[in-house]
Design a protein around this ligand. Sequence first.
Ligand SMILES: *[C@@H]1O[C@H](CO)[C@@H](O)[C@H](O)[C@H]1NC(C)=O
Ligand SMILES: *[C@@H]1O[C@H](CO)[C@@H](O)[C@H](O)[C@H]1NC(C)=O
Ligand SMILES: *[C@@H]1O[C@H](CO)[C@@H](O)[C@H](O)[C@H]1NC(C)=O
Ligand SMILES: *[C@@H]1O[C@H](CO)[C@@H](O)[C@H](O)[C@H]1NC(C)=O
Ligand SMILES: *[C@@H]1O[C@H](CO)[C@@H](O)[C@H](O)[C@H]1NC(C)=O
Ligand SMILES: *[C@@H]1O[C@H](CO)[C@@H](O)[C@H](O)[C@H]1NC(C)=O
Ligand SMILES: *[C@@H]1O[C@H](CO)[C@@H](O)[C@H](O)[C@H]1NC(C)=O
Ligand SMILES: *[C@@H]1O[C@H](CO)[C@@H](O)[C@H](O)[C@H]1NC(C)=O
Ligand SMILES: *[C@@H]1O[C@H](CO)[C@@H](O)[C@H](O)[C@H]1NC(C)=O
Ligand SMILES: *[C@@H]1O[C@H](CO)[C@@H](O)[C@H](O)[C@H]1NC(C)=O
Ligand SMILES: *[C@@H]1O[C@H](CO)[C@@H](O)[C@H](O)[C@H]1NC(C)=O
Ligand SMILES: *[C@@H]1O[C@H](CO)[C@@H](O)[C@H](O)[C@H]1NC(C)=O
Length: 825
Amino acid sequence: MFLSRLSLTTACLATLQPVLSQSTVENIAYVNPLIGASNGGNVFPGASLPYGMAKAVADTNSGSNQGGFTLDGSNVTGFSLMHDSGTGGSPSLGNFALFSYSSCANGDIDNCVFPKVSRAAFGSFDNTTVISEPGYFSITLDSGIQTEMSTTQHTSLFKFTFPSSGSNETDEQPIIFQDLTDLSDSRQDNGSIAVDPSTGRITGNGRFLPSFAQGSYVLYFCTDFSGADILDNGIYSNSRASTAVKNFTISRSINGYPLPGGAFNRFTSGSNPIYVRSATSFISSEQACAHAESEIPDFDLDTVRSNAQDQWQEKLSVFSIDSTGVDESLVTNFFSGVYRTMINPQNYTGENPLWSSDEPYFDSFYCLWDSFRSQIPFLTIIDPASVEEMLRSLIDTYVHLGWLPDCRMSLNKGYTQGGSNADNILADGYLKGLTAGIDWNLGYEAVVNDAENEPFDWCCEGRGGLDSWKALDYIPVQDFDYKGFGTMTRSISRTLEYSYNDYCISQIAGGLNNTADQEKYIETSGNWENLYKSDQTSYFANGTTTGYTGFFQPKFLNETWAFQDPLQCSNIDESGVACSLQNTGRETFESSIWEYSFFVPHNQAELIALFGGPSNFVSRLNFLHDQDITYIGNEPAFLTVYQYHYAGRPGLSAKRSHFYIPAFFAPTPDGLPGNDDSGAMGSFVAFSMLGLFPNPGQNVYLINPPYFPSVNITHPITGKTAIIRNVNFDPTYEAIYIQHATLDGKPYTNNWLDHSFFTEGKELVLTLGKNESTWGTHVADLPPSLSEYTGFNTTVVRRSAGIGQSVPRTYKSTFDTYNAGVGKL
Ligand SMILES: *[C@@H]1O[C@H](CO)[C@@H](O)[C@H](O)[C@H]1NC(C)=O
Ligand SMILES: *[C@@H]1O[C@H](CO)[C@@H](O)[C@H](O)[C@H]1NC(C)=O
Ligand SMILES: *[C@@H]1O[C@H](CO)[C@@H](O)[C@H](O)[C@H]1NC(C)=O
Ligand SMILES: *[C@@H]1O[C@H](CO)[C@@H](O)[C@H](O)[C@H]1NC(C)=O
Ligand SMILES: *[C@@H]1O[C@H](CO)[C@@H](O)[C@H](O)[C@H]1NC(C)=O
Ligand SMILES: *[C@@H]1O[C@H](CO)[C@@H](O)[C@H](O)[C@H]1NC(C)=O
Ligand SMILES: *[C@@H]1O[C@H](CO)[C@@H](O)[C@H](O)[C@H]1NC(C)=O
Ligand SMILES: *[C@@H]1O[C@H](CO)[C@@H](O)[C@H](O)[C@H]1NC(C)=O
Ligand SMILES: *[C@@H]1O[C@H](CO)[C@@H](O)[C@H](O)[C@H]1NC(C)=O
Ligand SMILES: *[C@@H]1O[C@H](CO)[C@@H](O)[C@H](O)[C@H]1NC(C)=O
Ligand SMILES: *[C@@H]1O[C@H](CO)[C@@H](O)[C@H](O)[C@H]1NC(C)=O
Ligand SMILES: *[C@@H]1O[C@H](CO)[C@@H](O)[C@H](O)[C@H]1NC(C)=O
């Protein structure tokens, strides 16, 4: 998803114990959580466990504080307990912020500044005081107060260390208060808070709005203090406080802005440092307190921090990387990308008030349109047991709410951006053998529901326009739909996405031996072609032709063509038209027809033929990238970097990859080209540097050389180690072209492989050179495609999927004639 352009309220062996490889280097040492903390990356750069619900960080008053903290010169307004990462839309979560002062002037509580807006003046800081590591965050404000934090699953532990001050006792009576607030000031009426006069325990709750969804959610919390004697306590409302009142219920206020309100504890002189333990729950304050007491019984920050870091190191230890000769910043870029794939989704198992179930519950699928492309597929390699729980949660959501989610956050249905992308995610997991605890018949029922039944409100689930889809085999522009309602735009991108969704459904059907359905959905997966207008031209804004003909176009109900400029909504479109979910949005979502014209992930062979053969396909793909029509900061661009493989030019994929990284992905706070989108960008970096890129929803990884001499990936369930090794590795990345390859010692010419590479621990050895070679260029070498590859100058027919055997190279190919750069056979 883009930056907030939106004006909406806005087959496995699971019983085996994990086996981990021995890493000599602590991979965790290479993680920099601050990548993406400025320049609109919107990452959550604070303390969290993998998929943790508790996410503690300092929040700033930046306009780009979707992830809480930013390094852009904004001030800290508090330290809150939950966050999402990398999202657009309005800021998510950021509830129940804490803030502190060393004292209130003259010992008068009313001399302290409570409201979030005005206390920001006390939240300035120097960037160099910020320390961020997986599971730990620390910052020292200009006030001299250092705040450190770490987390368990539901609980955050803070340590406030106050500067020593003057000799006057009242100068050393620190105050810590907690606010009934969230990042986007969405609190509704009747938030309530209470402080226990003797223990200082603060409990409370509030109803808030999700950032990119309908509905609301109620969150509870429980906060305890340790290391200090309580001087007095009470509540504050707006800018005034009282020690006489210990609880209250607060209105949102008539002006729309939530009235500031919260509770405070003041501590006796010399209380330093002070530990604050704060847990949240969607069930009750009692449950929040129970989490806090069981997860952090003794307020020991060092223990909480080292437990958190152990969990991160364990997740990262599936990798063992030989980085000899490689600049350390690349290792940092890689492991930080890996790290960011495990912030969202969040594990709210046991915390779902909406229905009772023994199934896991994961939230912050924000959004599957972003995460199906590479984030969830990445986790399927490095953390399949967790993905199994996520898939069970998606299916259980279908069971209890009637629909698979497409975007879900804070217990609510988020806005659907295009197709029903859970279908792609389920197919990806199914084809890669995820089984543990998953009822695949039920999963299949859920995806068929997406394809067959239209929800009344398809803003947030399922698909719209299904009557037209079934009658006309495309989604018409200006559709007539009286059964369901949603934003009536995106007819081209929805047609393309529904087509691919159906292909994904067909793959599960096939696996379940449901041949009739398999054929049916393969048939409808071809609907994309109905919007292909072979004589459609494309001109730049200055009237110069792009030189390409044949693009998707919108089609009316009466099967005549409408028109959308193929460059509209592209990265170089300066017309200012609405391209997101606005009612005035275009027929392609957040991207152009130019870019969507490549989105036929299941039938590249047919697409290549339509585009006039492999040579023209490659030239068009080059044009897309070279003319900046695509923008790598949004997810539809991901696969286009690697689609050269399908035209028999894997070397060009490697070359593009080495252009985009590092040009657009640097291991610095401003190093991301756009919102990280729940780790989508992180997974793009990690997959790219790993040297394999998925075609998500298919059991296919496109082979590129890793950015390191070698990479070992130990499958956490089978314990087998997959190895990718570069021969003639060149740290200047001039030699990035595969000359030949072996898989488990035998010659291997396919330019792709499947998931058994990871589960069975195979060894891929790539010999590199400075020029493209004929490796992976022949029709027989190309990844699977629904149609046969045609227009390729070769005498053999593509063989079916299946790897491990060497390809008999008895055929002759002159496929390379379209490219002088490719050597001769
Ligand atoms: C750090 O601090 C300055 C001034 O507060 C800010 O403007 C700058 O962009 C910051 N960020 C980084 C990454 O240095
Ligand atoms: C300490 O502060 C109190 C309250 O402001 C003031 O009345 C008193 O004079 C101060 N004492 C000294 C020694 O500064
Ligand atoms: C940050 O705090 C400083 C010091 O009070 C103040 O001058 C500045 O205006 C504040 N900046 C923001 C963005 O709140
Ligand atoms: C807030 O509480 C009042 C008094 O109990 C009630 O009338 C009102 O409906 C509540 N508002 C919300 C949004 O729950
Ligand atoms: C709020 O304070 C009142 C008055 O002290 C007390 O009777 C009541 O039990 C308190 N309620 C809560 C929820 O703490
Ligand atoms: C990868 O595994 C192989 C086989 O166990 C081992 O020889 C090699 O040293 C490992 N490489 C790394 C980088 O750990
Ligand atoms: C999710 O949370 C539940 C309950 O705390 C726990 O049993 C499960 O192991 C967690 N799963 C993951 C993947 O973290
Ligand atoms: C599908 O059929 C094949 C071949 O008969 C069989 O091996 C497999 O177990 C079947 N799969 C399912 C899910 O029934
Ligand atoms: C029109 O714009 C394109 C793309 O920016 C550029 O390549 C071309 O040279 C321009 N043509 C003229 C006549 O300015
Ligand atoms: C088809 O429908 C469009 C949109 O309503 C209309 O402009 C066009 O004239 C129609 N064409 C025919 C041939 O009916
Ligand atoms: C690589 O290509 C360049 C440019 O086409 C050519 O000059 C050079 O000889 C080639 N190198 C090898 C090793 O084939
Ligand atoms: C295919 O090969 C034939 C004969 O060698 C040649 O005439 C033709 O141009 C080639 N076509 C392509 C697309 O390379």
